[in-house]
Design a protein around this ligand. Sequence first.
Ligand code: FEO
Length: 173
Amino acid sequence: MLSDKMQAALNDQINMELRAYYTYLSMSAYFQDSGLPGFAAWMFHHAEEEMTHAMKLYDYIHVRRGKVKLQAIPEPPHTWDSPLAAFEDAFEHERKVSISIDKLVSLAREEGDHATNSFLQWFVDEQVEEEEVVSNAIDKLKLVGDFGPGLYMLDKEMAADAAAGEGETEAEA
Ligand code: FEO
């Protein structure tokens, strides 16, 4: 049985994961409109991962006989100044998610809720990898800069990564 506080915090986390899904889906549309289908595919794949994160929490609340309470998802941005700006935004989002997961773990420990603490460890590991894959993309985009042919090549690489499920963490593979 989840405490009211733990249940509310897990529901808030579902909302955060769904916001990430929505934001990355919007980024995918932005890349598609920008003539970068590889980046679009990569971001679409990443958005789908966020949905699986939300559903893991959704299922867990039910397993613990709690109540899922879905909340409103704000409208995401529709455009970014550049592919790099979009990925930097994604990285900021991942940092916020990591901090939020850390707070959830602290709450579970404070409450002596060992089951939730154990459940959340998957998310702790996942966030390390999520931050890594996004920051790797940022590094590559910084290397390429405004060089069009470089961006074209990188788009091909992102398409191959998306097709191979890269960005998918070990836990998800
Ligand atoms: Fe589910 Fe990328 O945080």
